[in-house]
Design a protein around this ligand. Structure first.
Ligand SMILES: [Zn+2]
Length: 101
């Protein structure tokens, strides 16, 4: 697994409740983004840049639509918009269910 910071955070803090969680690939699987938002309203965002393959982690105020920039090349990192994505996210329902994709 390339992205492991959020997984480690969830494990370390025993996170079972969260406001929002998503884990997606984009740009044909070259890029990856995972976001975990807890009750503190902070988005913990981990990504792999599709452009330069840099792996980064940022914490920022949670807002929609969420996006950040690659710390290395500055490329925009955003959650891909998929019409049915919301439904699938609702079904998942666990921050610990990593590694499904
Ligand atoms: Zn980059």
């Amino acid at each position: 697994m390339v992205l492991d910071k959020i997984a480690a955070y969830v494990k370390e803090h025993g996170v079972t409740k969260f406001k929002y969680h998503t884990w997606r690939k984009f740009d044909n699987g070259r890029g990856e983004i995972r976001i975990l938002v807890l009750d503190d309203g902070v988005a913990r965002c981990e990504y792999q840049c599709a452009k330069c393959t840099n792996i980064g982690y940022v914490e920022a105020e949670w807002k929609r639509p969420f996006s950040t920039a690659c710390a290395k090349c500055g490329a925009k990192i955003a959650v891909p918009k998929l019409r049915d994505a919301m439904k699938r996210e609702m079904k998942k329902g666990s921050a610990e269910a990593g590694g499904e994709e």
